[in-house]
Design a protein around this ligand. Structure first.
Ligand SMILES: [Ca+2]
Length: 413
């Protein structure tokens, strides 16, 4: 029994370690994990120890202003709840590399997700993430303000991050770039607070699972490594991208995208009749699916799509938007009743007659629905190509310029 517990504990420990192994350490100033390093006073957190190796102390001595440790709250792990009145002070004096660089990661969920990381000591220099009502922004101030939307959502788990440098400031949620603005500079050393800045009116009413603060602007690979570590550890889905919509049918559109999550229960498919329009949920896939076929569509109609990953904890941001147009319902001709399809038993060739010079794609599909041959041409008149093994085939000629399609059954004897 004891042996079993030790084995399970060491397994969890090794999983946690392997999640953390790829985190970049260059520039890591403070690393606060709700699952490690808390010193409790009752259920409240009096001290929250830095895991970066820098040994910065984060503390709150007043019992009424200490956040609460909530056990078994997200993926079996504890989180720390700031109730609106709670805040902590850190011994870290944050000094951005090149007077401008920072990268901040926060895993949080709440009603008021402002001032979770508040790097500020006065009305001037500050890096606050998230800032403003409902955590709407990332705020950087060095004399003049720069603020970009943070894109975090109320009352669902967010994997948010923000970075600043002389090149620009940027915000992300669940891996998706939310917004960016021109760069900053000239920021001095500033102390770090959590939850609120002393007794200021902006406050945090939210659960916080983990915080990492770097004094460098992480490059894309390193930024992705931290996101992936946090997403895997806390079971938060990351945002798909690379969505591509395609149609070679009168009533179906095929979708394909890139999956970055290892914890989604599936992907939600949203469709609209216009770009940026009113998107409706039209389907949900299984875990790890990266394709979807939307069926029962109108012919000769453009449809717009976006997808997102979901699980029971939260949803990702939406992917890019992609659109495709279904084909026109074809008569037997492509353009002017002149296109015909033949198979010649003598020459064993398939002939397509009456082409008018439009770009066409000819697809030969076997009885199992598999594409066995695809020929593209923009010839006029007749083309012919090598015939097939014995069997029954469907031959489709798509006119890529008019959207018309000609379909014929063909038996090769
Ligand atoms: Ca996946």
């Amino acid at each position: 029994m004891n042996k079993k517990i030790i084995l399970i504990t060491s397994f969890i420990w090794s999983v946690t370690l392997s999640f953390a192994q790829n985190i970049p350490t260059n520039g890591l100033q403070i690393w606060l994990r709700a699952d490690r390093g808390t010193t409790l006073s009752g259920n409240d957190v009096a001290k929250w120890a830095d895991q970066s190796g820098n040994k910065h102390l984060t503390y709150q001595n007043k019992s009424g202003e200490q956040p609460e440790l909530m056990k078994n709250k997200l993926n079996g792990l504890p989180v720390i709840y700031f109730d609106g009145n709670d805040w902590m002070e850190s011994t870290l004096m944050f000094k951005p590399a090149n007077s401008s660089e920072s990268t901040i990661f926060v895993v949080c969920k709440g009603e008021q997700i402002q001032s979770i990381v508040r790097i500020q000591d006065g009305p001037f220099d500050q890096l606050v993430y998230p800032w403003g009502s409902h955590g709407s922004n990332f705020s950087v101030r060095n004399g003049s303000w720069k603020r970009v939307p943070a894109g975090l959502h109320k009352n669902t788990w967010n994997l948010g991050s923000a970075s600043s440098s002389s090149q620009g400031i940027r915000t992300f949620r669940q891996r998706k770039l939310i917004d960016s603005a021109a760069g900053v500079g000239g920021i001095d050393s500033i102390p770090l607070y959590l939850g609120r800045w002393k007794n200021q009116t902006e406050f945090t009413d939210a659960m916080v699972a983990e915080i990492l603060v770097y004094n460098v602007a992480l490059g894309e690979n390193d930024h992705r490594k931290v996101e992936t570590y946090l997403a895997n550890k806390w079971e938060l889905p990351l945002t798909p991208d690379g969505l591509t919509a395609m149609s070679n049918s009168i009533n179906q559109i095929h979708l394909r995208w890139n999956d970055y999550s290892n914890n989604e229960t599936g992907f939600e498919i949203y469709r609209s009749n216009s770009s940026g329009g009113s998107f409706q949920l039209v389907g949900t896939t299984s875990t790890n699916d990266t394709t979807y076929i939307d069926t029962g569509l109108m012919n000769n109609t453009a449809y717009y799509y976006k997808v997102r990953a979901v699980n029971s904890n939260t949803f990702s941001e939406y992917s890019n938007e992609s659109s495709a147009k279904t084909l026109l319902v074809g008569s037997d001709d492509i353009k002017s009743d002149q296109t015909q399809l033949y198979w010649s038993p003598q020459t064993k060739m398939i002939q397509v007659l009456g082409l008018d010079g439009d770009r066409v794609q000819i697809k030969v599909i076997d009885i199992n629905g598999c594409l066995v041959k695809s020929v593209s041409t923009s010839n006029s008149g007749t083309i012919e190509f090598q015939a097939l093994h014995k069997g029954m085939y469907l031959i489709k000629v798509f006119d890529l310029e008019t959207g018309r399609v000609l379909t014929r059954k063909l038996v090769v004897a």
